[in-house]
Design a protein around this ligand. Structure first.
Ligand SMILES: Nc1ncnc2c1ncn2[C@@H]1O[C@H](COP(=O)(O)OP(=O)(O)OP(=O)(O)O)[C@@H](O)[C@H]1O
Ligand SMILES: [Mg+2]
Length: 262
């Protein structure tokens, strides 16, 4: 509703993963670099954690764009899958046929596929998002997949992505063996104040705002205070503030206005 009022071409704070709106601050760049390093160096297990709405899935989407064609990628979002079902999804993503095969047949065929891929210089990557919802028995089964290796290297790189509860799960006693396999863990940090300001400005600009500063310092103070630098909360709040500004016929967003929508 406020697009015309402010002169935007599109919505600046949508939660769609449009790459144009990406703003990669320091922690995001580091996260991406760690993930790429872990995959290239065939580290086996890599874990990415961060608070709700901080941008984990966004980082994974950026990762997918950066991995070249030598990578075969299976991308699962957690659901209550048994290893057999998980293997079916992995087969589908790797372009293999999972039909009418038992779990051990699937595992053997996967191993065969991974060996051939490795031989051709390829690398297989399994990404599991929302991994904080996995049960310990599922993580144990995933560990079995990571056992597929040659004497020199891991044949499948597994990236687990989840909210901080994922760490609690991994640190539990029953998953001691699992924990030992994790070679890299990166925790995504919220945007510091300067980066949050730049994030807001970037989005406003990319959406075609013709003016200079839409949110003044006081408004940004309040947004930071409320969101603590979590992008999804920043988006929601900025969006609400703009709606309110529009209905109040106010062209600039200030502290008072933001307070009204918190
Ligand atoms: N680096 C970024 N640049 C631009 N927008 C971002 C960035 N990080 C997050 N966002 C915005 O915040 C929203 C939430 O990010 P995302 O879905 O990646 O979070 P998440 O950590 O995966 O959350 P959840 O824990 O709920 O899965 C995104 O839809 C996007 O709009
Ligand atoms: Mg997510």
């Amino acid at each position: 509703m406020y697009l015309n009022f402010f002169g935007f071409k599109e919505h600046p704070f949508n939660v769609t993963p449009d790459p144009k709106f990406l703003y990669f601050g320091e922690s995001y760049q580091d996260a991406l670099a760690y993930l790429i390093y872990g995959i290239r160096m065939r580290k086996g297990f890599v874990v990415l954690t961060g608070e709700i709405g901080i941008g984990k899935t966004t980082v994974i989407n950026a990762l997918l764009e950066r991995l070249d064609d030598s990578h075969r990628i299976a991308h699962l979002v957690h659901s209550n899958l048994s290893l057999k079902d998980m293997l079916r999804f992995i087969f589908r993503d790797f372009g293999l046929n999972p039909e009418a095969k038992s779990k051990s047949e699937l595992l053997l065929e996967l191993q065969d596929f991974l060996m051939r891929l490795d031989h051709k210089g390829g690398n297989a990557v399994l990404i599991i998002d929302e991994a904080q919802n996995l049960r310990s028995w599922q993580l144990e089964e995933i560990r079995l997949l990571s056992n597929i290796e040659t004497a020199k290297r891991k044949l499948i790189q597994i990236v687990l992505v989840g909210q901080p509860e994922l760490l609690h799960l991994i640190n539990s006693n029953e998953l001691r063996q699992f924990k030992q396999r994790i070679s890299l863990h990166f925790h995504l940090k919220p945007l510091p104040r300067e980066e949050m300001d730049a994030y807001v400005e970037h989005r406003v600009k990319m959406a075609g705002f013709p003016g200079k500063q839409l949110f003044d310092e006081g408004a940004l103070d309040e947004i930071y205070h409320f969101s603590e630098g979590i992008p999804r909360l920043v988006n929601t709040l900025c969006d609400r503030a703009m709606v309110k500004a529009c209905v109040s016929n106010q062209r600039k967003i200030d502290r008072r206005l933001v307070r009204q929508v918190i």
